[in-house]
Write a protein that binds this ligand. Structure first.
Ligand code: GLC
Length: 751
């Protein structure tokens, strides 16, 4: 036991130390141990009746048997529910199943406290939207809020109260399989998406029937796993933690997120599940978070392997003392907290705080007013996969696609073509279209394949040929000859290449992120057989596709586009929608370049092609293959007349920045006008660019528009040398363009 006290003592000291030098970004909220709820009276009255066992039962979450999202621990949960030993469950849905579970908890337990039912509704529940990394490429916050809203409608119609989303982990390493779940590499844009998603899931009133509790995850900096290897150590400076990884979690808290999930990794040598500084000092005291904290799947138990607890008793004590309220699946709290309270290692007050927060969520959801409010067979029949939801998922999919290359305007194909060949492992493939973390999405029958989408688009106007060509992970070229044959016969070719859905998401890191198998070889053969070949890329992460970029005339990044994938791709390929998506994560040329991201530091020897003694590789171009913010259109946009309304401002003034954008091409189209700021000299080194604004515009061909941005002191604040959050006088450059490689800049002075 002594080492647990030593650890507790050390982690408390660590909290004080960290707290002492912790940045203060002015959002201190003087919340007490837990923010008093408007249901305070009912909660306290109920808690006064609860035994310590029943209190601890509320902190225990077990997994249902409808899905497995981690090392599965089967518990005989029906008896435990009746005995009040379970407060929440995950992976249970449909009205029939959830009605049974609610019935057990409300009608068969002593106090009738309803279960809280959660699930990973990450990018849709039954109607599946593009993976979040794709959706982020739409740069359309309203659209991302609406897709979360629809996901909440469908999830709540199937009996769910809670989703373990949004996942807002910033990541700069595409080897990490979970980049598919997030918004990419930019903290500012990731923060805007975090807010939109929380709003979409939780709506304006959690007690509505079709709103669900959101859960910001994974706190914190899970996306910084060393070498992109999932569950690996995170080793960060305090500064990069604050500048890069914390902002989206903070944004979710500011948006009122009702729960937060601990990350598997450590921060500063202390696992997030035992990190009191993270939960009590940062989340609750500084940020005023008044939701509840749950562990990730068996994360309590994993503190034994982390080496900070000798056994599950100690791990459970560490978690509760750190401010964690609910234990996902590991059963540590259920088995050990009672004894920990008896031993004085955990105070009953600490247990009470956790119980209070969880009961508060159940009251806010309206589960005490009507425990069966989410068990509505009529809603389940009428509000899931409606034509409107499906139509909207097609719109989201179209808008998430990024045109990476289009030499000689190969795309869009004319609808008057006589024949088309659709080739590749992702051409006639339903199973992979909805990607990973696809909740209750039916991946076997519902998704529209590319082949189906092309046939739907062309009807019987054209001959549509198909060949598999190759599989994902094979060296066999057995399918090549048939593929070459159909390519030779067709006017044009769509070559669908990429990853299978299970090559990304959790526990799916890749050490090589090339096109798997011999897909590059197939591409060479097909492009040789027919020069009118457009590659349709389907993948869950940026891939190293330098070879494809060298040989393919056109490449359309479609990610895993969801239920309507095939129809949405056909909309783009045949010109019914002009692609306007922009990448939110850099594509490296090879895996050796990683990490490569746009908002990097200049260093003392920034790359200079004329000076070998500068930061570069001798064997690869120093730039990414495609930078953050990049995406082509079927038309062209020209930026001109970048202007400021004043050359200098004080902290109390704002600056108006304007630029003229002209559509100089032959198609009407959308563009994401991006504004980046560079602070030339600071008390600490500053990124060469930081995204600080964007505007989605739509211009008819030949049309021009003046786009205006307002820059204020909030856009210039950062964590200064003493980690205080604020601005410093000096010169700043503003860049505006269609991606982070924008060269067009203008300078101003902050006095
Ligand atoms: C998983 C994931 C987490 C998910 C949880 C429940 O291990 O890390 O994102 O919400 O378990 O499925």
């Amino acid at each position: 036991m002594k080492n647990i006290f030593r650890f507790l003592f050390l982690s408390t000291i660590m909290s004080i130390v960290l707290c002492g030098c912790m940045p203060n970004n002015g959002n201190d909220s003087t919340s007490n141990n837990y923010t008093v709820s408007k249901y305070d009276k009912q909660i306290r009255e109920l808690m006064s009746k609860m035994t310590i066992e029943e209190k601890i039962g509320q902190l225990n979450m077990v997994g249902g048997d409808w899905d497995v999202t981690g090392p599965y621990i089967r518990a005989d949960f029906k008896d435990d529910i009746k005995a009040g030993k379970i407060g929440a469950m995950l992976n249970c849905y449909t009205v029939d199943y959830t009605t049974e579970l609610i019935n057990l908890s409300v009608d068969s337990s002593r106090l009738g406290i309803p279960l809280l039912l959660g699930y990973d509704v990450i990018h849709g529940h039954r109607t599946i939207f593009p993976i979040p990394l794709a959706e982020a490429c739409t740069w359309d916050l309203d659209l991302m809020e609406k897709s979360a809203r629809i996901a909440a409608i469908e999830a709540s119609a199937e009996g769910l109260h809670w989703t373990f989303a949004p996942m807002v982990d910033i990541c700069r390493d595409p080897r990490w399989g979970r980049v598919m779940e997030g918004a990419g590499e930019d903290p500012w844009y990731g923060s805007l998406i975090a807010k939109a998603k929380v709003k979409g899931f939780q709506g304006n009133d959690l007690s509505d029937d079709n709103t669900i509790l959101a859960c910001v995850k994974h706190v914190a900096a899970y996306g910084a796993a060393e070498a992109g290897r999932d569950y690996n150590t995170v080793n960060l400076s305090l500064r990069s933690l604050y500048e890069t990884y914390l902002p989206p979690y903070h944004a979710a808290v500011e948006a009122g997120v009702g729960s937060a999930m601990t990350a598997f990794n450590e921060i500063n040598g202390i696992p997030c599940t035992a990190n009191k500084w993270l939960w009590e000092d940062l989340f609750r005291k500084q940020w005023g978070f008044n939701g509840f904290v749950l562990t990730d799947y068996t994360a309590t138990n994993e503190m034994i392997k982390h080496g900070v607890a000798a056994n599950l008793y100690q791990a459970s004590v560490l978690a509760v003392v750190a401010g964690v309220d609910m234990d996902m699946v590991g059963q540590g709290f259920l088995k050990h907290l009672n004894r920990a309270v008896e031993n004085g290692d955990v105070s009953e007050n600490q247990v009470d705080k956790a119980v209070y927060r969880i009961l508060k969520a159940k009251y806010e959801l309206g589960l005490f007013d009507d425990s069966y409010k989410y068990c509505d067979k009529e809603r389940e029949k009428s509000e899931i996969m409606t034509p409107e939801h499906i139509l909207f998922s097609r719109e989201v999919a179209r808008k998430s696609m990024v045109l990476l290359k289009n030499k000689n305007q190969l795309l869009p194909f004319s609808k008057e073509i006589k024949s088309i060949a659709v080739i590749g492992p992702l051409a006639d493939n339903k199973f992979d279209m909805i990607g990973g973390w696809s909740a209750a999405g039916d991946r076997n029958t519902k998704p529209v394949t590319l082949l189906e989408g092309v046939k739907n688009k062309l009807g019987d106007h054209a001959t549509v040929l198909y060949a598999l060509g190759t599989k994902f992970n094979t060296t066999s070229t057995a399918g090549f000859s048939e593929a070459i044959r159909v390519a030779e016969q067709a006017d044009v070719v769509l070559l669908a290449l990429g990853e299978s859905n299970d090559m990304s998401a959790e526990a799916k890191s890749r050490s090589v992120i090339d096109l798997p198998g011999n897909q590059n070889l197939l591409a060479d053969e097909i492009i040789k057989a027919n020069k009118n070949t457009a590659v349709i890329l389907m993948n869950g992460r940026p891939l190293t596709i330098q070879h494809l970029d060298d040989v393919a005339p056109a490449i359309l990044e479609t990610w895993f586009a969801g239920t309507e994938a095939g129809n949405a791709i056909a909309d783009v390929v045949f010109g019914d929608y002009n692609p306007a998506g922009k990448l939110t994560m850099s594509f490296p040329r090879n895996v050796g370049q990683i990490p490569i991201y746009y908002n990097h530091k200049n260093t003392g020897r920034p790359y200079n092609p004329d000076d070998s003694w500068t930061s570069h590789y001798i064997d690869v171009d120093n730039s990414p293959l495609y930078p953050f913010g990049y995406g082509l259109s079927y038309t062209d946009f020209v930026y001109s007349e970048l202007k400021l309304d004043k050359k200098e401002i004080t902290e109390n003034q704002t600056l108006n920045v304007s630029v003229i954008v002209t559509n100089t091409g032959n198609y009407d189209g959308g563009e994401v006008v991006q504004l980046y700021i560079h602070d030339l000299v600071g008390s600490v080194t500053r990124p060469v660019k930081e995204l600080a604004g964007f505007e989605k515009i739509f211009l008819k061909k030949g049309e021009s528009v003046t786009v205006n941005f307002t820059i204020g002191v909030d856009d210039l604040a950062f964590y200064r040398k003493d980690m205080s959050f604020g601005t410093e006088p000096g010169e700043y450059d503003i860049y505006i363009g269609g991606n982070s490689d924008a060269k067009n800049s203008i300078r101003f002075l902050l006095n």
